[in-house]
Design a protein around this ligand. Structure first.
Ligand code: F3S
Length: 401
């Protein structure tokens, strides 16, 4: 790769071992993808996972003196103080690991948002902006909805971009590689945000990892698009999609396919969505809890839950993961008080793929998120996956028929 003088100095260790390691990683990624040079990034998001390898890497950078040039927002781990209060079951190792994660990301200069939906709140790029986002719903959102440019970064490569301020020029940073490949004709009734969860899960089975261009979706909500991207990347590997007449690089058919023909045309029907929902769900019956916010819920989604539980008592505990900014807003708007009175909780700074949920292992819940059900399999949690409305009704009754 051709490096600038400044980049070469980073690689040679002039700014310390941490910066050197970050640049080494980026050069290796660049060479693997035949990138000719680096380009500056102006925004980054790191999908910290609070797991051993993630922590090892960021601590190594910190020990080497690295500090972020472009401060990244970060994904959630878990809220130690809240879960100690809620469960009293946190182990010393779990707490120590999360404390080390907090300390390391603070030391490296990250913006400690602890949320997986930075694109709705604190880290919103412009059209054409070169960025480095990791996190399965974040990368497709910034690429597809805002028309910003990001590769499907790992937490580590995004962190290296944050430290050095550059990223290799390849992949989805280049216009030609953002061209739509398969046309997806949506004939299903997309009447709520939940339908987009199913659509995202169905499509990779039909077209593999090609870039989909959706036809037949009119004005989806931001939350529907958040769901779509999250599931395209849970069932598949999709950094960008287009929606004809909706997303900025697909205002016309010609724009979406950049003047070429689709490689494949597929149709998605109500039957496809219903069959996928059936496959993703564990058997119905008695439930022990309800869990939402994978990806983190917006204030509008919290409002929708609050309307359903207002003045009632939930039969099982209900947890909603969200950002701290959204939780603060929910408190100001009186939503948190209503939720608490019903027996629900807003668990901010928290991801469902964390040991803080140990008290739910071996139990069955309801959720509107296939991604939540997918990742928690390894934590022996079972889920019936259904719409927000039906799942909240189930939480009020303690069962789902
Ligand atoms: Fe967010 Fe964790 Fe789900 S990062 S999208 S709550 S897997």
């Amino acid at each position: 790769m051709k490096l600038t003088q400044e980049e070469q100095k980073m690689l040679d260790g002039a700014y310390g071992e941490g910066v050197q390691l970050a640049m080494k990683v980026l050069v290796a990624v660049g060479e693997a993808y035949d990138a000719p040079y680096m380009v500056p990034v102006t925004r980054t998001h790191v999908a910290l996972s609070n797991q051993e390898a993630d922590l090892w890497f960021v601590e190594k950078l910190v020990r080497g003196g690295a500090h972020c040039k472009v401060s990244p927002t970060v994904n959630p781990g878990f809220n130690i103080e809240l879960f100690e209060k809620l469960t009293g079951e946190m182990t010393a190792e779990d707490i120590e690991q999360m404390q080390r994660t907090r300390a390391a990301y603070q030391a490296i200069g990250a913006t400690l948002t602890y949320s997986c939906t930075p694109y709705l709140q604190q880290n919103i790029p412009f059209f054409g902006e070169i960025t480095a986002y990791s996190e399965s719903s974040a990368t497709p959102y910034v690429n597809s909805v805002y028309g910003a440019r990001s590769n499907r970064e790992a937490a580590q490569s995004a962190l290296c971009a944050a430290v050095t301020g550059v990223t290799p020029y390849y992949g989805y940073l280049i216009k030609e590689n953002r061209r739509g490949q398969a046309l997806v004709e949506v004939k299903a009734d997309m009447h709520d945000d939940f339908a987009y969860q199913m659509l995202g899960y169905v499509v990779p089975e039909k077209i593999g990892f090609q870039i989909p261009v959706f036809e037949g979706l009119s004005r989806p909500t931001p939350e529907a698009l958040m769901n779509l991207g999250a599931e395209l990347n849970t069932a598949g590997n999709v950094a960008i999609y287009h929606i004809l007449g909706v997303t900025p690089e697909a205002q016309t058919y010609e724009d979406a396919f950049q003047g070429q023909k689709p490689t494949q045309v597929v149709t998605v029907t109500d039957d496809d969505l219903a069959e996928m929902q059936e496959r993703l769900s564990d058997p119905k019956g008695k439930i022990d809890f309800a869990l939402y916010g994978c990806p983190h819920f917006s204030i509008r989604q919290i409002h929708d839950v609050v309307q359903l539980v207002k003045g009632q008592k939930l039969a099982v505990p209900l947890y909603i993961m969200c950002s701290t900014a959204t939780k603060d807003l929910a408190e100001k708007m009186g939503f948190l008080e209503i939720l608490h009175a019903a027996g629900g909780e807003l668990t901010d700074q928290t991801c469902m793929d964390q040991p803080c949920w140990r008290f739910l292992y071996g139990k069955k819940g309801v959720t509107d998120s296939p991604k939540c059900a997918y990742y928690t399999k390894r934590r022996q949690m079972q889920f019936v996956v259904t719409s927000l409305e039906k799942s909240v009704e189930a939480a009020l009754k303690g069962e789902i028929a």
